[in-house]
Design a protein around this ligand. Structure first.
Ligand code: SR1
Ligand code: MG
Length: 389
């Protein structure tokens, strides 16, 4: 018998009172505030505090009941959040309670912050966003790798983060479907010639296949798995990374790639004179990631080869090249795949929107195919600017 039932605003209130998170007598208000693709998010407000109850649905909310989806993802998300909270406590929400059967996690309400994507679209720059995200990435990715844990501990942890159904979504929506005439694709008819060019570009497809294989087979570290700007709450002083339901052991460069891809996509939605802070974020996240990863490598490393001349430098260069390719794939899929972003779709002027989408496709394809050319974030920014011309 399934112990799962989907919550309503009323049953969410009863639950948090039963759990003692609020007094029975307290008057609470509850609203479903989820704007993501997959889950319900209830915000419950009492007299002097508020909390979030996040519940997974047994299907993908963005598509409907025709796309069933495992509830296991709530448990993965809950465990990933707790681990991220250990490695990067400043950048993860506090967890108050979780229930595997009900597929829910109760956590800190971050409503005093904004979703970074929403703020970036309205022109807010969040001066510490990239610094904090770089630290979050280096600490969580290094901390769950072979280098920090040693191969035995790492494999045991890896075994508990097999996430086949959510990985299947990424393998389809990011790595495969945009390169074929797949039903999941969604693009404006005016872009059809550009999209057909992608479908016919056998060199691009070969590179996409190589990157897909990396995603399928590399087990470097516990990834967040969906680190776009909609998975980050931010203010001028604070940053919190949420929603790691796609967490699994994958390639080091994947998360930073999705963050920088969504930054570049945001740049496309801005006037040229407003793009500088976004370019600075791309450079900063890489600078911080590399310096923090290096610090952790030198401080705590179980690998006998760690002091070998050139090993760290080779690894960082490899991560950078992979990430450049993954970044290009994310730019392409956010433009023509199933899951779009408001940065592009929200550009009201049709000609400007189509131009931004074409730039996202062509710059994305360039980063996929020519990823081996790039070794620094400054070069990525320069290539992005060239792609706009
Ligand atoms: C069906 S899920 C579509 C997208 O939403 C998530 O946030 C992931 O990015 C996924 O690819
Ligand atoms: Mg999400």
């Amino acid at each position: 018998m399934s112990l799962y039932e989907s919550l309503t605003t009323e049953s969410a209130v009863s639950l948090v009172k039963k759990l003692g998170l609020f007094a029975e007598s307290e008057t609470l208000s509850c609203q479903e505030v989820g704007d993501g693709n997959l889950n319900y998010v209830f915000r419950i407000i009492g007299t002097d505090k508020s909390i979030i109850v996040k519940q997974a649905l047994p299907y993908a909310k963005v598509v409907g009941e025709s796309w069933p989806l495992t509830l296991e993802r709530a448990d993965i998300e809950n465990r990933a959040l707790r681990l991220q909270g250990q490695f990067a406590p400043n950048y993860a929400p506090k967890i108050y309670y979780s229930d595997k059967n009900l597929a829910l996690t109760i956590m800190e309400d971050l409503s005093h912050l904004e979703i970074a994507r929403t703020g970036l679209i309205t022109g807010i720059d969040y001066p510490l966003l990239a610094q904090h995200t770089g630290e979050f990435l280096a600490r969580t990715l290094y901390g769950t790798s072979d280098f920090a844990l040693g191969p035995q501990e790492k494999k045991k942890l890896q075994n508990t983060f097999c996430n086949p159904e959510l990985c299947d979504i990424t393998e389809g929506l990011v790595f495969t479907d945009p390169f074929f005439d797949a039903d999941t694709n969604d693009f404006e008819e005016a872009l059809r010639p550009d999209v057909e060019k992608i479908w016919q570009d056998s060199i691009l497809k070969l590179h996409a296949a190589q990157l897909k294989r990396l995603f399928l087979t590399s087990g470097d570290t516990l990834l967040h798995g969906d680190l776009h700007t909609g998975s980050i709450f931010a203010s001028k002083t604070e940053t919190k990374v949420i929603d790691p339901e796609f967490a699994f052991y994958g390639p080091f460069g994947f998360d930073i790639a999705h963050f920088t891809a969504n930054l570049f996509i945001n740049a496309l939605s801005r006037e040229e004179s407003r793009r500088t802070p976004i370019y600075a974020h791309v450079v900063t996240v890489w600078d911080v990631f590399i310096s923090e990863f290096t610090r952790l490598w030198n401080e705590n490393n179980t690998e006998a080869f760690a002091p070998t001349d050139g090993y760290l430098e080779w690894l960082l260069a490899d991560i950078f090249e992979q990430a450049t390719g993954f970044m290009g794939l994310e730019m392409i899929r956010r433009t023509i795949g199933l899951a779009h972003v408001k940065d592009l779709d929200g550009i009201e002027d049709e000609a400007m929107r189509l131009e931004a989408k074409r730039q996202s496709l062509s710059i994305g394809a360039h980063f996929v195919k020519d990823r081996a050319r790039y070794t620094t974030a400054d070069q990525l920014v320069a290539a992005f600017k060239e792609g706009l011309e």
